[in-house]
Ligand binder design. Structure first.
Ligand code: 6PG
Length: 473
C-alpha cells in the first residue's frame, strides 16, 4: 500500500478540518487520535470516501507515512503536546518533521525546537488562525522553526492556506518560537478588537437605547468602510441579530457576561511588560475579561457603590451614517490594538533575533484569520514603505486618521465617564494616543521623587550628564 503524504494527530474540530483541507488539496493522509473510537467515527463520517486512513497506535501511524514524515499535531497546548512528542519520538527517523499547530506558549516551542533538532528531527511551531471554518477552507498560518524544516512543508502549507490577492496566507515567520509568538500577538489584537466592539455595543444599547438589530445595522455599515471592514465586525453583526428560537428575543442578552480565556491574551501582555512594549488597549481588553469574571462581586458592588445616572445627551450621529462619533472611537481603538501588537512584534524581533518581516506578517493576516480586515492592507503598505517604522501611527495614512478622529474618541470617552459606563479599551486608547503625541510628559516629577527618596539620579534637558539633588535640606 502506498504511504500517506501527511499525518495528523488529534481529531478535535480543528484537527479534523485541517486534515480534510490537506486531503482536498491532494495530500493523502493518515490520522491518529488518543481514543481510537474517535478515529473510527471520523473515518465513517466526515473522512469517508477520502484518501484518509486511520492508525490505532503511533507506530502504525508513523509507518504509514512516506519519508521524510510530515506530522501535524493538533492537541492541547502544554503537557499534552509534550506527551505526544515523547510518545512518538522513538518511532521517528532523521529528517522527519513534527509541526505543532496548537496555541503553544512560544517559550515551550523554543525549547522543543532545540530538543527535537538535537535528535535530528525537524520541529515547526505554527500558529493557525481562523477557527473551525478557516481550518477547513483556508486558515492563516504562522510557522516558525528552522528554515529547512519550513521548506519541507511549504508546498503543503501554501495549498492549505487562505488565498488573498497577493498570495497565500502563510509565510516563513522566523526561527525558534517566532511562529507561536506572532500567533500570540495576533490573539492579543483579537482580544482588543473583541472588547472594543463590546464597548461600542454597550454604549449603543445603554446610552443611545438601541436594540440588537439597530446595533447590528450600524455594524453592517461599519463593515462596508475602509477602516472597519473586518471579520470580527461581520460576526458581531451576526451575533447581535441572532434570536432565541424559543421566544424570539436576542440570544446575546441571555449570555452570561463572563468572558473566558485560554492564555494567549495574557501571554501577549506578559511579553509586552517583559519587553517594555506599551500595549494598554490590549491590556485593557484582558482586564475587561478578568473583571467580567468577578460576576458575584460585581452584583454585590452594584448595590453598594453609586455612580452617575446614564446621560443620554450625547449624539453619536445618525445611525444611517454609522454613528460617526462612535465610529471615530472604534476606528482609533482598533488601530491602536494593531499598532500596539505590531510594535510588540518589532521590539520582540530585535530582542529574540527573530528578524520578523512586518509587511509579510500583515499580508498573511489579510485572509483566513480572526483579525483579518481591510486595515491590514494599509498596515502592510505602511511597513513596505518604511520597514523600520517605529509605530504604525506615525505612517501618514494612520496619522491622518488619528488627527481626524481624536476629538470624536475624546467625546465618546467623556460621555462614558459622565454616565459611569466602563469603556476600558476606548479610554486606554485615548490615554495611549494622548501620551504618545505628548513630547513632554510629567515623568520629570516622577524622576525627582525617585531621586529624592532613593538617590536614583536623573538626566536634565538642559545639560548632559547624570544628576542628584539633596531635595530636603
Ligand atoms: C484563532 C483564535 C483561536 C483562539 C480562540 C480562543 O486565531 O483562530 O485566536 O486560536 O484559540 O480565539 O481564544 P480565547 O479563548 O483565549 O479567547
Amino acid at each position: 500500500m502506498s504511504k500517506a503524504h501527511f499525518g495528523l494527530i488529534g481529531l478535535g474540530v480543528m484537527g479534523e478540518n485541517l486534515v480534510l483541507n490537506a486531503e482536498r488539496n491532494g495530500f493523502s493522509s493518515v490520522v491518529y487520535n488518543r481514543t481510537y473510537s474517535k478515529t473510527e467515527e471520523f473515518l465513517k463520517g466526515r473522512g469517508s470516501g477520502k484518501s484518509i486512513t486511520g492508525a490505532s497506535d503511533l507506530k502504525e501511524f508513523v509507518d504509514s507515512l512516506e519519508r521524510p514524515r510530515r506530522i501535524l499535531m493538533m492537541v492541547k497546548a502544554g503537557k499534552a503536546t509534550d506527551a505526544v512528542i515523547n510518545n512518538i519520538s522513538p518511532y521517528l527517523e532523521e529528517g522527519d518533521l513534527l509541526i505543532d499547530g496548537g496555541n503553544s506558549e512560544f517559550r515551550d516551542t523554543e525549547r522543543r525546537v532545540l530538543e527535537l533538532e538535537r535528535k535530528s528531527f525537524g520541529y515547526i511551531g505554527m500558529g493557525v488562525s481562523g477557527g473551525a471554518k478557516g481550518a477547513l477552507e483556508g486558515p492563516s498560518m504562522m510557522p516558525g522553526g528552522t528554515k529547512s524544516s519550513y521548506d519541507a512543508i511549504e508546498s503543503l502549507l501554501v495549498k492549505m492556506a487562505a488565498q488573498v490577492e497577493d498570495g497565500p496566507c502563510v509565510t516563513y515567520i522566523g526561527p525558534g518560537g517566532s511562529g507561536h509568538f506572532v500567533k500570540t500577538v495576533h490573539n492579543g489584537i483579537e482580544y482588543g478588537i473583541e472588547q472594543i466592539l463590546a464597548e461600542a455595543y454597550d454604549l449603543m444599547k445603554r446610552v443611545a437605547g438601541m436594540n440588537g438589530d439597530q446595533i447590528a445595522d450600524v455594524m453592517a455599515y461599519w463593515n462596508k468602510t475602509e477602516e472597519l471592514c473586518s471579520y470580527l465586525v461581520e460576526i458581531t453583526e451576526a451575533c447581535l441579530r441572532a434570536k432565541d428560537q424559543n421566544d424570539g428575543t436576542y440570544i446575546v442578552e441571555k449570555i452570561m457576561d463572563k468572558a473566558g480565556q485560554k492564555g494567549t491574551g495574557l501571554w501577549t501582555v506578559v511579553s509586552a511588560l517583559e519587553l517594555g512594549a506599551s500595549v494598554p488597549t490590549i491590556y485593557a481588553s484582558l482586564n475587561g475579561r478578568v473583571m467580567s469574571s468577578m460576576k458575584s462581586q460585581r452584583v454585590q458592588a452594584e448595590k453598594i457603590l453609586d455612580g452617575p445616572a446614564i446621560s443620554h445627551s450625547i449624539d453619536f450621529g445618525s445611525q444611517l451614517n454609522g454613528m460617526p462619533l462612535l465610529m471615530d472611537a472604534v476606528v482609533l481603538a482598533t488601530m491602536a490594538s494593531y499598532a500596539q501588537g505590531m510594535d510588540l512584534l518589532r521590539i520582540a524581533s530585535v530582542e529574540y533575533n527573530y528578524d520578523l518581516k512586518m509587511p509579510a506578517i500583515a499580508q498573511i493576516w489579510k485572509g483566513g484569520c480572526i483579525i483579518r480586515s481591510r486595515l491590514l492592507k494599509h498596515i502592510q503598505f505602511a511597513y513596505e514603505q518604511n520597514p523600520s517604522l517605529s509605530n504604525l501611527l506615525l505612517d501618514s495614512w494612520f496619522s491622518e486618521q488619528v488627527n481626524d478622529r481624536l476629538p470624536g474618541l475624546a467625546k465618546v470617552v467623556a460621555c462614558a465617564a459622565k454616565s459611569g459606563l466602563p469603556v476600558p479599551c476606548l479610554s486606554s486608547t485615548l490615554d495611549y494616543l494622548n501620551s504618545y503625541r505628548t513630547a513632554r510628559l510629567p515623568q520629570n516629577l516622577v524622576q525627582a521623587m525617585r531621586d529624592c527618596f532613593g538617590s536614583h539620579t536623573y538626566e536634565r534637558v538642559d545639560m548632559e550628564g547624570t544628576f542628584h539633588t539633596e531635595w530636603i535640606k
